[in-house]
Design a protein around this ligand. Sequence first.
Ligand code: NAD
Length: 364
Amino acid sequence: MTQNTNRHRHAFDWSGKTVLVTGGASFIGSHIVDRLIERGARRVRVVDDLSSGTVANIQGHLDSGAVELLEANLLEPGVTDDACRGVDHVFHLAAIHGGRGYVEMHDAECGRNLVIDGLMIKSAIDAGVEKFIFASSGCVYPNYIQQDISKELYLTEDMVGPPYDSDHLYGWAKLMGELSLQAFHRDRGFKSVSCRLFTVYGERGVENHAVIAMIARAFIGQDPFEVWGDGTQIRNWTYVGDIADGMLAAAESDVVDGTPINLGTMERTRVIDAVHEVLRYTGKQAEIKFLRDMPTGPLNRVAGNKLAKDLLDWSPKMKFIDGLHRTIDWYFATKDPDVVRGYFGRMLTERGETKEPAGTAKRS
Ligand SMILES: NC(=O)c1ccc[n+]([C@@H]2O[C@H](COP(=O)([O-])OP(=O)(O)OC[C@H]3O[C@@H](n4cnc5c(N)ncnc54)[C@H](O)[C@@H]3O)[C@@H](O)[C@H]2O)c1
């Protein structure tokens, strides 16, 4: 693990850098792309098969010519090599990923991330990439320590260790990505950092994650208003702008040995309290119906973020209440209730509004 602190991070010059963002058309990936353009990266390439990302998220940058899109499936032969060619920095966000319903019900699909990550790491090393920034997840933490809601638990990076107990194959694949990157630093000097992202929300988020799902239920006037579990689950929903800043800080930092760093707020929020605030702020009234048999994930998941402060000089700036209001305002201003009603049910357990996961097209 990296020991030295990085409090006085010098200004990083992106102007000579060619940067690849895998999954750059996604919710989080597109915010990384925005930051890179703002900071003057010389060239930004996005590789995305658009299986859950959408071109609309980066359309402005495509129109202005600031971003080049390689629309391709990273699981297809040669694609990771093509994507990494001539690249200095890689932000690796492409993943077969959905919300809680998807992760719990589609283990096999999520297991394919092992292949995507393995290919990406190999191609990045072969291409001589300077630094690899990996979008890992709070799902690497052992489930067994996150079940007691009476504890004021903050997950710290050292809690991931034997006996490992990551969250479904999705979490195991992220863990293998992290461990591979650490091993490649030891064996080959390959430079990387892993960012453990915690339940991200904000503009461009989609309804398969809890906060956007709550907002959508209010938006379409769902009554009774459904809540998965008994509502006492605790999360540290973290605003996407803070996450993008954190990943850029990780890229710019001296951390190069694959050290995993939590990016998450330490604010603790119960699902039911977020639901009440969504209803209050949107002026909706509804009976709340608890669906106790639906997946909830771990009951108590909140990050500690001291390491990010020490190594990256990063702390989240957005308070949950403010980010929630902002996200509600965005959602209500940009969506059509009839359209949302048409796809909402599917989104809760699948990856996209209509799309199949990468590489699963049925043979006719
Ligand atoms: N949203 C969260 O709360 C959260 C939390 C922890 C980690 N993450 C990680 O952050 C990253 C981005 O997640 P997100 O929430 O923005 O949305 P997302 O899950 O839709 O992002 C994945 C992106 O990868 C692309 N993709 C998937 N398979 C691909 C393939 N085979 N080839 C090319 N592109 C492919 C998708 O089209 C999409 O743009 C993912 O790695 C995810 O695991 C997200």
